[in-house]
Design a protein around this ligand. Structure first.
Ligand SMILES: NC(=O)c1ccc[n+]([C@@H]2O[C@H](COP(=O)([O-])OP(=O)(O)OC[C@H]3O[C@@H](n4cnc5c(N)ncnc54)[C@H](OP(=O)(O)O)[C@@H]3O)[C@@H](O)[C@H]2O)c1
Length: 421
């Protein structure tokens, strides 16, 4: 029976991979969970090992003396402000880790390496890609148009390593992950929950407003449950046909915020403000740019332009869209800019009140990922990600997005991050 090595074992995606594998002890009798910190107790088929992926291959080889496995799941990640730094840091963490496996000799046991990437692969952070996003879309490697993408660096490092050692690889592309990790507030679900709770505290019966782009509200989005992603990784490790392939990994349902937002607000006991976008549009109506000027009130909106050329431009000739508005640059339009909002005195006071009353960890508000959540909700284009390739290869997994979001809220309640009732 095979052993597994999971890096990023305390992260949103890695933690679920450890949990998923550990529940199938016949299949996975030994799982080496690697990270700098250890945040929880594990099942007895999991061995936690300290590793600092920013240390040298020699130092890592020392940490990995007793770590061997046939299947490696690389889910470690260090966020950086600049894409150039993300390329450098995350690329080096992977290549030094692989060098350490060469040094200890553990490489001889390895059969397949699963690398967790994401839909930044398609430039979802730069503007609208061709839709639906499929794994055969060209990489955005023209650095005169787009910043370097660390997933390309990591995948190239992995491909070269596997070629050199005659090993197999898989890359996964999840999007807008819905998951939970102890002590980790850097995720979409916790920021959405905190925004909704505090907005309800402030607005009373007036209703809660969707903070993202009014245009995006009625467009499509694709989400990944971290649990489903973990099941996918376990499947992709052992499925012979999945060797040397990259796969999108999203829930497989059709979703949008117009459908999810009322459910989120209702879950926290509130209601959506009926005219939540009243001030958002110029006379052009839905689809026009976000211009919010509320006389006598502070303007809480923001608009940030994305890359001059959206990713779809890479296939403009091929699909015949030259000279059309599809090639105009996109924007992140926040109806309520979450950074500005989170710094407001009345918002902070409402949070203090709520946290005090409910016995919550007050620091979670400052740790919440307001910038990332504002960005994820503010994009003004569809995000439709195809699961056809994985299905063709035999994958049958699926999750309902609202059910996975509600599940994460329940876990956060259980951990004392959100009010119990
Ligand atoms: N979260 C999302 O919404 C999302 C969406 C799409 C794609 N992705 C991609 O999925 C991958 C995993 O992201 P994630 O969101 O799961 O990350 P995360 O929650 O931030 O977790 C990162 C993990 O990496 C570990 N790590 C960081 N630096 C380390 C170091 N120097 N040495 C050892 N371990 C280190 C952390 O553990 P310690 O701090 O304990 O060491 C933690 O376990 C990334 O490539 C990310 O881009 C994420």
């Amino acid at each position: 029976m095979p052993s597994a090595i999971v890096t990023g074992a305390t992260g949103i995606l890695g933690r679920e991979i450890v949990s998923e594998l550990s529940q199938h002890r016949q299949q996975w009798p030994t799982i080496h969970a690697l990270s700098r910190s250890k945040k929880e107790d594990y099942a007895d088929n999991v061995i936690h090992n300290h590793i600092d992926l920013q240390s040298s291959p020699d130092e890592m080889a020392n940490d990995l003396k007793n770590v061997r496995g046939e299947y490696i799941f690389f889910a470690a990640y260090l966020a950086q402000d600049k894409e150039e730094d993300a390329w450098e840091v995350n690329g080096r963490m992977l290549s030094n880790f692989l060098s350490a496996l060469e040094k200890t000799g553990a490489v001889s046991d390895v059969k397949r390496i699963i690398l967790v990437c994401g839909c930044k692969q398609y430039g979802v952070h730069l503007g609208m890609p061709k839709q639906p996003m499929t794994e055969d879309l060209p990489w955005l490697t023209d650095t005169s148009k787009w910043p370097p993408n660390f997933y390309y660096n990591q995948q190239n490092i992995l491909h070269d390593f596997c070629k050199k050692h005659n090993k197999e690889w898989v890359a996964t592309y999840p999007n807008d992950v819905i998951g939970f990790a102890l002590g980790n507030f850097m995720n979409l679900s916790s920021a959405i929950a905190l925004y909704t709770l505090v907005s309800k505290e402030l607005s009373g019966n007036e209703g809660v407003t969707f903070p993202g782009s009014p245009a995006f509200y009625t467009k499509f989005d694709s989400f990944t449950s971290s649990k489903l992603h973990a099941e996918f990784c376990a499947w992709a490790a052992l499925e012979p046909r999945a060797a040397n392939q990259a796969f999108n990994v999203v829930n497989g349902d059709v979703e949008s915020w117009q459908n999810l937002w009322p459910k989120v607000v209702e879950y926290f006991g509130g209601r959506v403000k009926p005219d939540q976008f009243k001030d958002a549009y110029t006379s052009g109506g839905v689809g026009s740019s976000l211009i919010k000027k509320v006389v006598g009130k502070e303007d809480m909106s923001s608009t940030m332009e994305m890359a001059p050329q959206p990713p779809i431009s890479v296939v403009a000739d091929e699909i015949g869209i030259q000279g059309t508005p599809a090639l105009e640059k996109n924007a992140v339009e926040q109806h309520v800019d979450l950074i500005k909002w989170s710094q407001r005195a009345d918002v902070k006071a409402a949070w203090e009140r709520l946290a005090e009353r409910e016995g919550l960890d007050k620091s979670s508000f400052d740790k919440a990922t307001w910038a990332f959540t504002g960005f994820a909700l503010g994009r003004n284009f569809d995000l439709v990600i195809s699961m056809s390739k994985a299905r063709e290869f035999g994958w049958t997994g699926y999750r309902d997005t609202w059910a996975s979001l509600r599940d994460v809220f329940e876990q956060m309640r259980g951990a004392g991050y959100l009010p119990k009732a």
